[in-house]
Design a protein around this ligand. Structure first.
Ligand SMILES: NC(=O)c1ccc[n+]([C@@H]2O[C@H](COP(=O)([O-])OP(=O)(O)OC[C@H]3O[C@@H](n4cnc5c(N)ncnc54)[C@H](O)[C@@H]3O)[C@@H](O)[C@H]2O)c1
Length: 336
């Protein structure tokens, strides 16, 4: 089998490529390099620069590498940007997926893994989110992921493609510092960014109905997430032509923002107190996965804890954002 990883030069895609290639799968990557970094990919993973919106390049890559399965991660992923530019998000995330699925069907490829997100659920008021929790996304990004799932399942049924949709919860960390997320869109890099600027971390709201009043999330190490893709690919490898599966990918354990900020303080050696600001619109008090279905259907569970996740993220931050943070960490540890 040969797997095409779209968005393969991205943060998660490069981890998926590394895990799948390391497990002996043949892997090739496609990325338009709008956010991707080719150096994240090892020499045994050929990269084609191109877009999922370009049917010609897809056809060429499928033929050239005799692709038999696709792991589709290429997408725009910023919630705020999706609110400001909804048509772009629908065109690129949903339109790109439609073009890709047409090319997949035409090439007779029978296996497809789709990067979905916990954003499809919106803000459900439940202790653990199961795959049966109703989907009600609260921003265009989440809508494109939900519409994407519908499209994947419908195309799968119409064209005999076996599909798996993976709904990721809060992804963080890095398998190696050079693979780290360089963007500052999620809470872990946002806190690192504040500390690097010599500013206190911010907590948005401490009056939620949670044990310490701050929002609770499910943080998953990107290396565990990559292993979930391998498990999904292996399942499809055995069962091509037998339907669809949609699963949560999380640890099934909640960590509050305050707990996370405290942990980051310990790991960075900069434990300055956080400042509490008002709630941000749209933040759910709690979003924690039920991880039971992934274990049952994929034989996969997360192996890495939150401390390991944050430590690896910090090593990546030091590599990419360098000097000043590194100096202060040393100081913090020495004086701490
Ligand atoms: N990072 C998270 O916390 C998170 C959570 C849930 C879901 N996801 C999903 O996981 C996937 C990967 O996210 P990431 O964090 O690695 O983001 P990323 O931006 O690092 O990776 C996306 C990659 O896709 C490429 N790309 C974007 N549009 C493309 C297109 N039309 N054609 C070809 N390449 C294209 C970009 O250049 C980039 O390399 C996305 O689908 C995202 O929505 C991410």
């Amino acid at each position: 089998m040969t797997w095409l990883i779209t968005g393969g030069a991205g943060y998660i895609g490069a981890h998926v490529a590394r895990v799948m290639a390391g497990a002996g799968e043949r892997v090739v990557a496609l990325d338009d390099l709008t956010a991707g970094v080719p150096a994240r990919l090892s020499a045994d993973v050929p990269l084609t620069e191109g877009s999922t919106l370009d049917a010609g390049v897809l056809k060429r890559v499928f033929a050239e590498h005799e692709v038999t399965g696709v792991v589709h991660l290429a997408a725009r992923k910023q919630v705020g940007e999706s609110v400001a530019q909804p048509t772009r998000y629908y065109r690129e995330n949903v339109g790109g997926l439609a073009t890709l699925l047409e090319a997949v069907a035409e090439a007779g490829i029978g296996r497809f893994v789709f990067s979905s997100s916990a954003a499809v659920y919106g803000n459900p008021d439940v202790d653990l989110i199961t795959e049966d929790t109703p989907c009600a996304p609260v921003n265009p990004y989440g809508e494109t992921k939900l519409a994407g799932e519908w499209l994947v399942r419908a195309a799968g049924r119409a064209h005999g493609i076996s599909t798996v949709c993976l709904r990721y919860f809060n992804v963080a960390g890095a398998a190696a510092p050079e693979l780290a997320d360089t963007g500052v869109f999620n809470i872990v890099p946002m806190v690192f960014d504040r500390l690097t600027r010599d500013e206190a971390p911010r907590i948005f709201g401490d009056d939620y109905p949670t044990p310490d009043g701050t929002c609770v999330r499910d943080y998953i190490h990107v290396a565990d997430l990559a292993e979930a893709h391998l498990a999904a690919a292996r399942r499809l490898g055995q069962d091509a032509g037998t339907g669809d599966l949609t699963v949560n990918i999380g640890r099934g354990e909640g960590v509050s923002v305050r707990e996370l900020v405290t942990l980051i303080g310990e790991i960075t050696g900069d434990a300055r107190p956080a400042v509490v600001e008002g709630r941000r619109p749209g933040d759910a008090p709690r979003a924690v996965a039920s991880a039971a279905l992934a274990e049952r259907e994929l034989g996969w569970t997360a192996r890495r804890g939150v401390r390991e996740t944050v430590e690896s993220a910090w090593q990546g931050w030091l590599l990419h954002h360098g000097g000043r943070a590194a100096d202060r960490t040393t100081t913090g540890r020495t004086t701490g």
